[in-house]
Design a protein around this ligand. Structure first.
Ligand code: PEP
Ligand code: MG
Length: 321
């Protein structure tokens, strides 16, 4: 029998030399939150909020939205006084996530079209308060569930989009507001963008797709959509360097964070929060807790210098064994 891996996250995660890394969960509904709580996740790094909207013929009422978020977050509520952090992403409609009641006109290239925050950005489309009602429902639902809320927007490309989102989230009463980094332009414009936000979280699934111009749903292009691609890691390195200047926390909530070897590389690059499906978290936490920060930085340098994804993966694995 193979030795069983760790089954829980086992408390706040630090490297052996005390560098703190938040190991948090990706969830979409209450049963994911129960799983996250069961494995000891420290919180939620990505609450995907599309689920109730994808099937809705009309916009769910503010009361229903609030009750739904409260029910999703409630399994994570800690003992009184220790309010668990939940990072919710506002509605990421369009492309692979159509929302019927938004009546979005068909587009020839949906992945490059009016999707994510673009659906609600006043410079692009006017959706009559849908985003503002969702933000208010998230604030109310988090209060009802007894968790601390952070909110972030999907598919942000420019500092202007970030600023407009932050203003609306703050107006709704959200205290910590961030954006997802899923578009390469957001990294190249990081200096201006980071000045607008409290944190960023990298969606490596979309960032890879847009960096390599390779549809994330195409099996034939899976080799390009590999988060070990050195070009992706170099882009993340650039983001982390820029974020260090402004002391802005950088999370990763795409599939990359679920791979313990890659998680080491991400921590070495400067990522301070890793969010993945609950089942992946114990192994990620155990790996980070077994290494010191210099070893993580060494793994990052190794991966950054590799000529391709397979070489990066092999070199980091070889160094770890
Ligand atoms: C991502 O793009 O990496 C991400 C976390 O968001 P989603 O997979 O929901 O697009
Ligand atoms: Mg995404």
């Amino acid at each position: 029998l193979a030795a069983a891996g760790p089954s829980t996250v086992a408390g706040p995660v630090t490297t052996t030399d005390g560098h703190r890394v938040a190991v948090v969960a990706n969830i979409a509904e209450a049963k994911d939150a129960e799983r996250a709580a069961a494995v000891g996740a420290e919180g939620v790094g990505l609450l995907r909020t599309e689920l109730t909207f994808l099937s809705a013929a009309t916009e769910p009422t503010p009361e229903d939205q609030r009750a739904g978020y409260a029910a999703t977050m409630a399994p994570l509520a800690g003992p009184a006084g220790s309010r668990v952090l939940v990072t919710a992403r506002t509605l990421d409609a369009g492309a692979d996530k159509p929302v019927p009641f938004l009546h979005m006109p068909p587009e020839p290239n949906p992945a490059l079209g009016v999707r994510g925050q673009r659906v609600f950005d006043q410079d692009v489309a006017d959706r009559d308060g849908v985003l503002d009602r969702q933000l208010a429902a998230l604030v109310g639902g988090a209060a009802d569930a007894g968790v601390r809320l952070k909110v972030m927007a999907p598919m942000i490309a420019t500092a202007g989009e970030a600023a407009r989102f932050v203003a609306r989230a703050r107006a709704a009463g959200v205290e910590e507001v961030g954006v997802m980094i899923e578009v390469p332009a957001a990294v190249l414009g990081a200096r201006e963008l980071l000045a607008e936000v409290d944190f960023v979280s990298v969606g490596t699934n979309d960032l890879t797709q847009y960096l390599f111009a390779a549809d994330r749903q195409s099996g034939a292009l899976a080799g390009l959509n590999d988060p070990w691609q050195p070009a992706l890691l170099r882009l993340l390195d650039q983001l982390c360097r820029e974020a260090a200047v402004s002391a802005t926390p950088v999370g990763v909530c795409g599939e990359a964070a679920a791979d313990p070897d890659l998680a080491v590389v991400l921590v070495g690059l400067g990522v301070t929060s890793l969010s993945a499906s609950p089942a992946a978290l114990p192994a990620v936490a155990a790996r980070i807790a077994a290494l010191d920060l210099d070893t993580c930085r060494g793994a990052a340098s190794t991966a950054l210098a590799a000529p391709d994804a397979d070489a990066a993966r092999a070199a980091v694995r070889a160094a770890a064994t």
